[in-house]
Every structure is written in C-alpha cells, then in structure tokens.
Design a protein around this ligand. Structure first.
Ligand code: ATP
Ligand code: MG
Length: 656
C-alpha cells in the first residue's frame, strides 16, 4: 500500500459484555447480525423498514433514497412528518405524559422537572409566540442561550414550525455570533440576559448587542430575551422583547404541521479544530431517524433510565443526544447548566448520586480533566446507579478509558466510545453495549447500515490489518449532512472531492485491527512524517498518557534536518506529579514512547504545560500547537479557541 500511516501501539485488553447486560439489551447479538445482513443485502429496504417502524409519518414516503444529484443525497423525500410530533406529541398517551422529559439543575443547585406534557405545552406556547413575532417556515432563528430548559424549548418550537434553528454556543464571543448571524441571515435571535458559569455571570445580551451593532450587516429583526441572571441590560425599543412578554397570552394549542422529510431542521457550525468552522445543515426525517436509532442502540435507553449527556446544546452532541435522539425515544434527560468543576471537582459525581443517573455520556477531555484532579473526588460518592458510560469527541487514550471504567463505572459499566461528527448527524462507529466486547481506545465496529472503509491515497481499500489510512464512508446514510449552508462548493471540496465523489471523506485517519475493530489515529491534517514513516497523533499521545504522571498530551511535527519531521510533545501532568523533576520525567517519557511504539515516535522535544489550546467544545487544536512548536506566528482562524491565554502561556507569537 502507498503511504500507509504506520501503527505499532498495541492495546490487547479486551472487556467482554457482562452477561446480565447482554440479557436485557435493546439490541442483542442476533438482532445486530440480522440488521447487518439486511443492510448489506438490501440497504434501501433496510432503511425503509426502520423509518416505518420508528417514526410517525403524516405522509408515507415512496422513495427511499434519491441519488439523482449525488453527492447531494435525499432521503424519504416524498414523505412528510413533524419532528416535534415524534419527540413530544406521540408520547402524550396514558401515564407517559406524566413522565419526566427533562430534569434540569442550575449551577446554584435549583432543580426543575418538566414532564412530557409540560414540555409539550411550553413548546406549543413558544411556537405560537414565534408565529406572533412573524417567524415563518424556512426562516433562520439563532439561539444563543445558557444550558437552561428554555434553550431546548426554543429549538423544538422552531422545529415545530419548520423554522431552521442555528444554536450558537453561549461561550462564544460577539464576533463568532455575528459571523453565524450573517452566514445564516437569521431573522431572529433568542438569547438571555446572561448565563451562570463558574459562579460568574456571562453577559450574553451584551455580546448579542455587540454582534447586532451595525444594522446593515445583519438581518435580525427581533431579539427575544430570557431573564436568567437578572443582570442589568439594555433592551432596544422595537427590536428586543422579554421571553415572558412574548409568551404571555399565547395559546397552549399549536398544531404540528407536516414538513417535507428533506426540509432543513437546523444549521450548526463544526468545532473549528482543523480550520474555519463549516455551517453544516441537516434534514428533518433522516436526521431524526438516525439520532433516534443510535440513541436506542448505543445507550440502550430504557423507560426507567435517567440519562445525562453532558454536552452543551451548542454542539452536535447536544442536538442529537440531549434533544432529538432521547426525546424521540421518550427518555428522561438530565441537563446541567454550569461549569463541571463548580463549586468543586466532584460536582458531576455528586449530581449522579443525587439524581440516580444511570447512563452518562461525556468527552475524553472531561475524563482527562477529572483524572488530573485525582481519584478521591469520585470516590466520595455512591455511583452505583450508573449502568453505562459513553464518550465522544476525541480518541480516548486507553489509560483514560481504564480510569473511566474503574473509577466511575466501578468496573461494571460498558463504555461506548462513539466515533462520529457534526456532519454525520449521529454515531457511526461504536461498540453496542449488549453485543460488542470493548477494547480501551477503540471505537469498535461500524453500526448497522454504515459502510466504513479505510483507504489509501488512491482511494483503494487498505487490505492489511492495522495499516492506517483515510477513514471514509462508502454508502450514503439518512443522518448525513445535506450540505454546507450557502456553500455547495465547500460541501464537495471538504467531503467528496478527494476521491472523486466515491466516498464521504471524514478527514480522520484510522486503522482496523485483525478483529475488524476501528482505531482512530488522529486528523489527516495532523499526520507526522518522521523519516518516511507517517504517524498519527493518537497513538503517541496515548503512549504518553500511559505514564502514571501524565493526564493529557498533544503531539505535533516540527521540521528536522535529517528526519524530515521530529515529534514535539506538549504534556500536562496530574496534580500530584506537578512537583516531579522535569528532566527525569522527560527522559522517562522518551523511554516509555520508545518501548510502547518504537524509537521512531520518540519525542525530540517535550514541553510541560498547564493547559493546551482547545476548541470551545474541548478538542485539542493541534494546528495552533504546530505553529507554536515551530516558533511561527499564529495567523489562523482562532474564532473557536476556548482560552486565548493558553497561547500566550505557551509562548505563541500572536500576530493576527
Ligand atoms: P472542524 O471540522 O471544524 O475541524 P471538528 O472536526 O472538531 O471541527 P466536530 O464535528 O465537533 O468538529 O468533531 C468531529 C471530530 O471529532 C471527528 O472528525 C474526530 O476527529 C473527532 N472524534 C469524535 N468522536 C471521536 C471518537 N470517539 N474517537 C476519535 N475521534 C473522535
Ligand atoms: Mg471536522
């Protein structure tokens, strides 16, 4: 094979599915095998059956997949349904109407529960308020809110009317908000006077005012403002209206009109880890089907579960696995407003014990941050209500996996490591908790209907086990993105052009082991070339994190006269190892990488640091580290960087 990405870190631990878990799972080994067989034999029938079985349709579809304008695929395009009917109205029968849909906890500890009947009522009222304010089907509505139940209400109210929501993470700056308002030509902005984060008020409305300063640069006519922190804010006459005024006198009856399956449901921007964020948009029916199925399969949700996905609704994980997937399944969702370590590092564990949370879905960045704080924090709490753990966002380092498994899951809970993207709508590769044995650090097997492949530079499948290449998807699937908003060229160029529209190109590198398990090796953009060997970042980072003193690591390439590129590693130490001798540790880490991977991956340069540049969604931005390691000016897009202070700390020459 040409240009394989080399791999040599072997992780041999295997954790079988606990027999009692398998016995009660939503998807059994037999059902999984049947689904896979059906998907391989007749994909269209496979998807059609699932769509009939799991969704309520107003008009049945006749066409399953329309490929006439590929790669602009259309699914179930002559069918009609309403997404919120499927998430709310259809659960209003019998006792289900009084089941908790949302249990929300504020940062200060206040708790609010909304049953399905109550959530349905709030959504109907707010949808009527939107109509009253002039919002129409197809209009773009921006939502820039804290993690409060009203954010979910606002999303669903838009969906009920067919208005296209675009949620902008509440931690983003005025500038990032302005870009998104312009790019989507939003007619309305829904925001709050502020948000609580780490005991402080985040001035959302001030940011919104700044973003809206120059009227000719945006199309926002109305701003609805929720009172949350009680901050003193300006309300612009004729433009701004309080949430409570907007809903006052509105009827709780709001029909759920049928939408075409392909009507866009929302626009959402990617994290910006590898470059300027892309405004991805998703469909109504296909997206709903995929989030519903993957929630059911991967999280094994049962009526009695209390399920917590820690993502903010400003990310795809929040869209698919806080809102649409769980609600379509009639689940009970827990939602938390504030900072994870507030007021102290056991906030998550304390809430899990108090609310009896049974399924937890979070990110490797959070797991590594908790690991850094020490084992004593989770140990203080009774975590026995947990029965399943999930992760998403970055490759999970095997040692962080082990920590999560033992310290949080008590060695009892399956870990579902889900590989997917803003663009894929829902999970693509993940172990099924009742079926698939887990290997720490691997996202295991593609889900039924997902034709993942690993290909070389020419687009030919990589044959040998463990040979790394491009992770691509061969066949379209219902949950896939429908495009980049207003920029069809970028859709083609970002995801299809590389192999002439033959595959959806994810932009990640991966390998498949002899058991068919997938291991994400990092971003294609971040691959290093050391003495002619192409190395992904994930394995070297995992070898570093395997050292007991290390909580997190990021590696990038720096130019080297002889080798072409050398490895530069940025390393964060666990709290109790902050005082260790750095020279000794550096030497030990070089030995460790040499032993686990080989001399080829040994870092030439190791830099100890307290923080890494991350996106607002918690992903390491290696493209910035690369500039820092090379002593170059940082001239790239940093609109989604979490904390510009980390750049200074790392000695960046910020010349933007
Ligand atoms: P941008 O596309 O703007 O660079 P991004 O790719 O970080 O940003 P997201 O859609 O939020 O935006 O993230 C998807 C990416 O996250 C995947 O392409 C992959 O690199 C990484 N990822 C997500 N889940 C996993 C996982 N379980 N294992 C490994 N990597 C993962
Ligand atoms: Mg991406």
């Amino acid at each position: 094979m040409n240009n394989a990405i080399d791999s040599s870190l072997t992780e041999n631990r295997l954790f079988a599915v606990p027999a009692d878990f398998a016995a009660q799972a939503n998807l059994t080994a037999n059902e999984f095998a049947e689904l896979q067989q059906k998907a391989a034999h007749d994909p269209q029938q496979f998807w059609a059956d699932l769509a009939h079985q799991h969704l309520d349709w107003d008009t049945e579809f006749k066409t399953v997949l329309d490929s006439s304008d590929a790669p602009f695929y259309r699914w179930f395009s002559d069918g009609k349904l309403n997404v919120t009917h499927n998430c709310l109205d259809r659960h209003l029968h019998d006792a289900q109407r009084h089941k908790a849909a949302l249990i929300w906890e504020g940062e200060a500890g206040e708790v609010r529960t909304l049953t399905y009947a109550q959530l349905h009522r709030e959504v109907s009222i707010f949808a009527n308020a939107l109509i009253h304010q002039g919002v129409k089907k197809g209009d773009r509505v921006a939502i820039y809110m804290p993690m409060v139940s009203e954010a979910v209400v606002a999303m669903l109210a838009c969906a009920r009317l067919g208005a296209i929501h675009t949620v902008v993470f509440g931690g983003f700056s005025a500038e990032a908000l302005k870009d998104r308002l312009e790019d989507t030509s939003a007619v309305m902005l829904i925001t709050a006077d502020g948000a609580w984060r780490g005991g402080k008020k985040v001035p959302l409305k001030q940011h919104a005012d700044q973003a809206l300063l120059r009227e000719h640069e945006h199309s926002v006519k109305r701003v609805i403002v929720l009172r949350r922190t009680g901050a003193d804010i300006d309300m612009q006459e004729g433009r701004d209206i309080w949430w409570e005024e907007a809903v006052s006198g509105q009827s709780a009856v709001c029909p759920a009109p049928p939408m075409a399956a392909e009507d866009p449901l929302f626009i959402l921007y990617t994290s910006g880890s590898t470059g300027k964020p892309k405004g991805v948009f998703h469909s109504s029916a296909g997206y709903l089907l995929w989030t519903m199925l993957t929630t059911r399969w991967a999280f094994d949700l049962k009526p009695e579960d209390v399920y917590w996905c820690t993502a903010d609704v400003g990310w795809i994980t929040g869209h698919s696995y806080v809102v649409y997937g769980p609600l379509a399944n009639g689940a009970t969702i827990f939602m938390y407003e504030g900072a994870p370590m507030y007021p102290q590092p056991d906030r998550f564990w304390e809430m899990i014990a108090r609310h009896g949370i049974s399924v937890l879905y979070t990110a490797p960045t959070a797991v590594r941050a908790f690991m850094k704080m020490g084992d004593e924090w989770p140990a203080r709490h009774d975590l026995s209500s947990l029965r399943l753990l999930g992760t998403v966002g970055e490759p999970m380092n095997p040692e962080a996996w082990m920590w999560y498994f033992q310290q949080i899951g008590g060695g009892r809970c399956p870990i579902v490591d889900t590989w997917w993207q803003t663009e894929t709508g829902g999970h693509m590769i993940a172990p099924l908790p009742g079926v698939t044995a887990s290997k720490p650090g691997s996202c295991a097997l593609p889900l039924p209907g997902i034709s993942a492949r690993i290909v070389d530079d020419q687009g030919d499948p990589v044959g040998a086990p463990d040979a790394g290449g491009y992770l691509v998807i061969e066949q379209p699937w219902p949950g896939m993105l429908r495009g980049v908003w207003g920029n069809p060229e970028r859709y083609i160029e970002s995801y299809w052009a590389k192999f002439n529209n033959r595959y959806y190109v994810a932009g990640d590198s991966a390998r498949r082991d002899q058991d068919g398990y997938y291991w994400v090796m990092g971003r294609i953009d971040d691959v290093l070339n050391v003495s002619g060997h192409r190395l992904g970042t994930a394995e070297i980072e995992s070898a570093l994190v395997a050292h007991p003193a290390v909580a997190e690591a990021a590696v990038v390439g720096i130019p080297h006269e002889i080798k072409g590129e050398a490895v530069c590693a940025f390393v964060i130490l666990k709290h109790q190892h902050q005082g260790d001798d750095r020279d000794e540790l550096g030497a030990a880490l070089r030995v460790q990488v040499t032993e686990l991977i080989g001399a080829i991956a040994r870092p030439d340069d190791i830099r100890f640091t307290d923080a890494l540049p991350k996106t607002r969604s918690g992903k390491i931005m290696r493209r910035l580290l690369r500039s820092i390691a090379r002593g170059e000016d940082v001239t790239q897009d940093i609109s989604t960087l979490e904390d510009a202070g980390t750049l200074q700390q790392l000695g960046a020459q910020d010349k933007r």
